[in-house]
Design a protein around this ligand. Structure first.
Ligand SMILES: [Zn+2]
Length: 95
């Protein structure tokens, strides 16, 4: 099982547990097969960490524009099956 290092928390995990962000000619995508350098993430939280630390720059070996990284927010979130929304309303009703 090939292992990759998450760019957010730097932990090594089996590739199957990670999400790959690739930087291609038309911007960044979440894809296992897209050409280009890959940046691997183990969680949405690690995406936020990586964004803050500019870890994508190191993974992609280039100065990734902030908006390119920001565009990954939604697809990364989706790839991890959504993120906890702490402010969500409780479905239970009183009364
Ligand atoms: Zn991680």
């Amino acid at each position: 099982m090939p292992e990759r290092t998450c760019i957010g928390c730097r932990s090594k995990r089996p590739q199957a547990q990670l999400v790959r962000c690739a930087l291609g000619p038309r911007g960044a995508t979440v894809s296992r097969s897209a050409a280009g350098r890959g940046a691997w993430l183990c969680s949405y939280e690690c995406f936020l960490t990586a964004e803050r630390r500019r870890a994508f720059d190191r993974a992609w070996r280039t100065a990734a524009p902030a908006d390119v990284v920001r565009d990954l927010d939604q697809p990364v979130r989706t790839a991890f099956g959504g993120v906890d929304i702490r402010m969500e309303e409780s479905p239970t009703r009183k009364g």
